[in-house]
Design a protein around this ligand. Structure first.
Ligand code: PLP
Ligand code: COI
Length: 355
């Protein structure tokens, strides 16, 4: 393009960037990548301190072929959401917990990590710069994906000498192709997601690749996703590919305890607190797969998944069905969580943060 053409297209682009909302079909968002205008990036030096960092146009990044992430899998992701309210203000849900989880994950993976404040700064800048991509109220949210990875080069197996922290975003609505309809889960008996002493409790990118085949097999058979068992005994349920799981049994809500193999979801923690406030008993413990038959309602929780109703779980060719439309406990918990996130319920817990 000529200089004049480039100038004109830059002008048009910045005019469009003044719009309140980007030109997106807001009624048909799923969970696929919609590129936004900017991303944030910063790098650490050998001493582990990160540069201030800055925004740049969203696009490809350069990597050394010997980078730690490419060769030895030093990488962590986070997932968080920004919501637009009727009055135009934008809020996030418990973002410091994501920052702290990334810090813990970095320790486990022998990586430098940005401070909680620096993480928050990167996320805030990314949200503000991409404000027009935060969907209108009720149409979804801007999903933020913070990434931390070894960008320094090394040939032998060792921790990278330099790390890069990046934040990008994409407007999203429902994570599952089922939309808000109930999920049909498949209990995977062969491939575990995590094992004792492994990295199941941190959001390492290397937790996801090894289960893609199990997910593909389940989806090919018409299931929504996979429910994994513990690697040791294959008798107890752990979690879904990208969400934690809960069983409702009368006034008791049961979820697998986080013993190092399960991600301590921020939605999970929040749902437990809401349930306790409402007077439910909450049990965090070992949950035998056989107990799935005893639940009235089942749901899974995650930033991307929200609180998703589970309609059935299939284990060893036996399908157990759960209350869905009239799954009152799931509905009650969902309406409170979503209410706090989107501002229709007053946030008495200091969980939301205006950006
Ligand atoms: N479990 C796994 C494996 C995940 O990837 C996620 C997604 O973040 C969750 C659980 C839910 O965690 P959170 O509620 O913090 O999003
Ligand atoms: C999330 O809920 O934020 C996730 O990370 C889920 C998935 C897309 C990895």
């Amino acid at each position: 393009a000529s200089i004049v053409e480039e100038h004109v297209s830059e002008m048009l682009r910045s005019e469009r960037e003044d719009e309140e909302c980007a030109d997106v079909d807001w009624d048909n968002l799923g969970f696929s990548l919609v590129p936004t205008d900017y991303m944030f990036a910063t790098r650490s030096c050998r001493e582990g301190n990160f540069e201030q960092g800055c925004l740049s146009r969203y696009g490809n990044m350069e990597l050394n072929p010997a980078a730690g992430i490419l060769n030895y899998g030093q990488g962590l992701i986070e997932g968080m959401k920004a919501y637009r309210r009727e009055d135009g203000r934008v809020f996030m849900f418990r973002p410091e917990l994501n920052a702290m989880r990334m810090k813990n994950g970095a320790e486990r993976m022998c990586m430098h990590s940005p401070s909680v404040q620096h993480f928050m700064e990167g996320v805030k800048q990314t949200v503000l710069a991409n404000r027009r991509w935060v969907p209108p109220p009720g149409k979804g949210s801007l999903y933020l994906r913070p990434l931390l990875f070894g960008s320094g080069a090394s040939l032998g197996v060792s921790a990278a000498s330099e790390y890069t922290f990046v934040v990008f975003g994409s407007p999203v609505q429902n994570y599952f192709k089922e939309g808000t309809a109930a999920l049909n889960l498949y209990v995977e008996e062969v491939v575990p997601r995590a094992y004792l002493g492994g990295t199941g409790a941190v959001k390492a990118i290397s937790n996801y690749g090894p289960v893609l085949d199990a997910m593909r097999r389940a989806k090919a058979r018409g299931f929504s996703d996979v429910l994994y068992l513990d690697a040791e005994t294959k008798k107890n349920i752990e979690e879904v590919s990208a969400a934690n799981i809960f069983l409702v049994k009368g006034n008791t809500i049961v979820t697998p305890a986080t013993n190092g193999t399960i991600l301590r979801g921020i939605t999970r923690e929040s749902v437990i607190e809401i349930a306790l406030d409402l007077g439910y008993e909450v049990e965090e413990r070992v949950v035998p797969v056989a107990e799935l038959k005893e639940a009235e309602e089942v749901f899974c929780t995650g930033t991307a998944a929200g609180i998703a109703s589970v309609g059935s779980i299939t284990f060893q060719n036996t399908r157990t069905e759960y209350k869905v439309g009239d799954g009152l406990v799931t509905q009650q918990l969902r309406s409170i969580l979503v209410g706090i996130q989107t501002g229709s319920i007053q946030d008495t817990k200091n969980w939301v943060l205006e950006i």
